[in-house]
Design a protein around this ligand. Sequence first.
Ligand SMILES: Nc1ncnc2c1ncn2[C@@H]1O[C@H](COP(=O)(O)OP(=O)(O)OP(=O)(O)O)[C@@H](O)[C@H]1O
Length: 221
Amino acid sequence: MYIDINKIDFEYDKNNLVLCSCSTGIEQGEIVAILGKSGSGKSTLLRVLSGLEIPKNGEITIDGEILVSNRHFVEPNKRKIGMVFQDYALFPHLNIIQNIQYGLMKKSKEEKEKIALEMLKLISLNEKYTKYPHELSGGQQQRVALARALAPNPKMLLLDEPFSNLDKDLRKQIRQDLKRIMNQQNMSCIFATHDYEDAKDIANRILYLEDGKIVKIEKNV
Ligand SMILES: Nc1ncnc2c1ncn2[C@@H]1O[C@H](COP(=O)(O)OP(=O)(O)OP(=O)(O)O)[C@@H](O)[C@H]1O
């Protein structure tokens, strides 16, 4: 498997496991939904994957590299994992192109421009690149957040409730956009949601999380 999540236990407070022996594998290019009620541990699992939290037990590898185990810990900024949050977290004082280029500090000016143009094309916002986040619709901001996360070419993308601020019609449209973009990039992606329709519409597989345990895995055909 491209990504292996093996028996992850996590607790914020002692003797109160929020994740309990969570295991799954993810293929390259696969989209996996984590579906669960509020408090089931979805965000925590994403935080552990991104390196913002350290598990008590368990191991995570990506493309053969151990990210965390009882002897290893790779810092979040070295993991090559992109993350998109519910509120998009775009920088309000930066325009679209600057937001997209934010994670490309180490690249040359020419490379930054090339990547940003590719990303703008991917999210179909070519003509709006000098606009600021507040001048965009929720759906457009969502696409910019996605482009910003994809620009550094991560190995995996994590999305935490990416559609929750969008109305029903826009949600449907953005789900299709996301699916197209992920497929085009052959990107492995895990997204947390409490909405079955979101999961059913775009995921290859759905993991049901209840009280920090994966209680069911459904292949989406
Ligand atoms: N920083 C923290 N300190 C202590 N407990 C926490 C912390 N963050 C989350 N928790 C607890 O861990 C459990 C899982 O929370 P988590 O945010 O992962 O759930 P979730 O499924 O993402 O919920 P939601 O859909 O509401 O975002 C909850 O019981 C929550 O109260």
